[in-house]
Design a binder for this molecule. Structure first.
Ligand SMILES: Cc1cccc(C)c1Nc1c(-c2c(F)cccc2F)nc2cccc(C)n12
Length: 232
């Protein structure tokens, strides 16, 4: 049985990424609003739009702290952010849902999502995903690294230097693989299960594109940042 050990530099890399992941949280004022305003579909959608906008801001800040990311070609940095935003946000909100939220808030947020004019066909897969992420009981390092691996996906549209992104992603995958073995010794398939979630994320991002289109159809307003990241 090969002895798995995380090297000093991998340890340092993991700390930088996990600290950055935890440092950038959804602002308290948005979370607080979650609990007080009334429940109209319009009101709920506005709140979720505010949450989505702050999630994009948090994502951009986090990405800048990924070692090596800022050394990539500038346009490739943008292409990676635009290509991974939805998946990273689904991961973030799944983790917020299954752990971070003080009890009671989760139910309120779930209620608001269900009553924000989103059609059932998107709600079901969204909450199934949240549940499947929750069941993994990821430690925070795993969450941060999984999000990093998602952002550093080489085959996003318009990425020019895919090799450079691939090298970075492989570095992160190696740390994540070792961490999974050390954190879940009784579950040798845990790392494979984590990567399986990334496939589910791609399906969800197609749903998200349809959600955006249907919101536009009903003349919902987005913020400039959301328009920019999703070309709406
Ligand atoms: C913040 C939030 C949390 C859970 C569910 C939903 C529907 C939202 N809200 C949005 C999401 C979104 C996200 F931010 C994370 C996960 C899945 C998402 F659909 N994307 C967008 C894009 C334009 C407007 C909104 C309201 N919106």
């Amino acid at each position: 049985k090969e002895k798995v050990e995380i090297t000093k530099e991998q340890q340092a890399l993991m700390k930088i990424i996990t600290d950055a992941y935890n440092r950038h949280q959804i602002p308290q004022d948005v979370a607080k609003k979650l609990l007080q305003d009334q429940y109209s579909a319009e009101e709920n959608f506005l709140l979720l739009t505010e949450m989505a906008t702050s999630q994009v801001q948090v994502l951009v800040e986090f990405t800048k702290n990924i070692p090596g990311f800022l050394s990539l070609d500038r346009e490739d940095q943008i292409a990676l952010l635009k290509g991974s935003a939805v998946e990273a946000m689904f991961l973030r909100s799944a983790q917020v849902f299954s752990r971070k939220m003080p009890s009671g808030h989760t139910e309120v947020l779930e209620e608001r999502i269900r009553k924000s004019g989103i059609s059932e066909e998107f709600i079901t897969p969204m909450f199934n995903f949240y549940k499947s992420i929750g069941e993994l009981h990821m430690v925070q390092e795993e969450q941060a690294l999984l999000t990093t691996v998602t952002i550093l996906t080489p085959d996003r549209p318009y990425v020019k230097d895919q090799q450079a992104v691939e090298r970075l992603q492989e570095t992160m995958l190696d740390v994540l693989r070792k961490l999974c073995v050390l954190q879940h010794p009784q579950e040798p398939q845990y790392f494979a299960r984590l990567l399986g979630r990334l496939t589910e994320l791609r399906t969800l991002s197609h749903y998200h594109t349809e959600m955006l289109a249907s919101w536009r159809m009903n003349d919902h307003k987005f913020t400039p940042l959301l328009c920019e990241i999703w070309d709406v």
